[in-house]
Design a protein around this ligand. Structure first.
Ligand code: HEC
Ligand code: HEC
Length: 155
């Protein structure tokens, strides 16, 4: 009897583990090949340009990005490497965390549910800067081109 219960607990544990695994099963654009920036990576390029000029469904760039852009230091000239980008829900819950790579760039091809809009932020070494308005797309450098809108920067 005790033996049977242990098996039961084991099966239950496996089921729970399996379900947790399922929930973490994200979808990605482009045949499920995961392309996400990580601290220290230097595979990216075109710092400051609108990545979605090319990394779209019909674009020349490898991977269809849902979110991509560049972070700068306060001078808005020097790329800020290895910091963190977050996107908050309307309820102020962190939905997405992205690591900025060694070129100051961040990117992901994970499919994003924008809902009613998400609030981007960047966490630098000393403080977190948050966007007041929410966004419905992740082409960050399209707006933050340093001309119409300042670069995304942090301290
Ligand atoms: C003018 C078009 C163009 C722009 C703009 C562009 N890319 Fe690319 N990207 C490409 C092409 C083409 C490739 C594949 C060949 C290569 O590596 O050059 C690529 C490859 C990459 C790769 C390597 C993907 C892999 O699977 O190894 C990364 C990462 C990347 N780009 C990130 C970015 C980021 C971040 C931006 C914006 C800051 C950006 N790209 C802007 C065209 C572009
Ligand atoms: C539709 C244009 C637009 C898009 C797209 C956009 N931003 Fe912004 N962003 C702005 C404007 C305008 C401001 C200044 C007003 C404000 O904070 O809402 C701003 C401010 C910010 C700030 C606070 C100031 C700073 O630089 O520290 C951060 C951080 C930021 N944006 C990050 C991002 C990130 C990350 C993305 C991509 C996920 C993004 N933004 C996409 C227009 C945009």
């Amino acid at each position: 009897m005790i033996y049977k219960n242990k098996i039961g607990v084991l099966i239950l544990s496996l089921l729970v583990l399996f379900c947790v695994g399922c929930e973490n099963d994200y979808d990605y654009y482009d045949d499920d090949e995961i392309i996400i920036s990580q601290f220290g990576d230097d595979e990216s390029h075109k710092t400051g340009q609108n990545c979605m000029d090319c990394h779209t469904v019909d674009g020349s760039g490898e991977g269809q990005f849902s979110i991509a852009g560049t972070i700068y230091h306060e001078d808005q000239i020097t790329p800020y490497e290895n910091v963190t980008v977050k996107l908050y829900s309307q309820a102020d819950i962190v939905e997405i965390i992205l690591e900025v790579d060694a070129n100051g760039n961040f990117y992901t091809n994970e499919i994003v549910d924008w809902g009613d809009g998400l609030f981007p932020s960047v966490l630098g070494e000393t403080e977190e800067q948050k966007m007041i308005q929410s966004v419905n797309n992740g082409a960050c450098n399209e707006c933050h081109d340093g001309t119409t809108t300042p670069r995304i920067f942090s301290n």
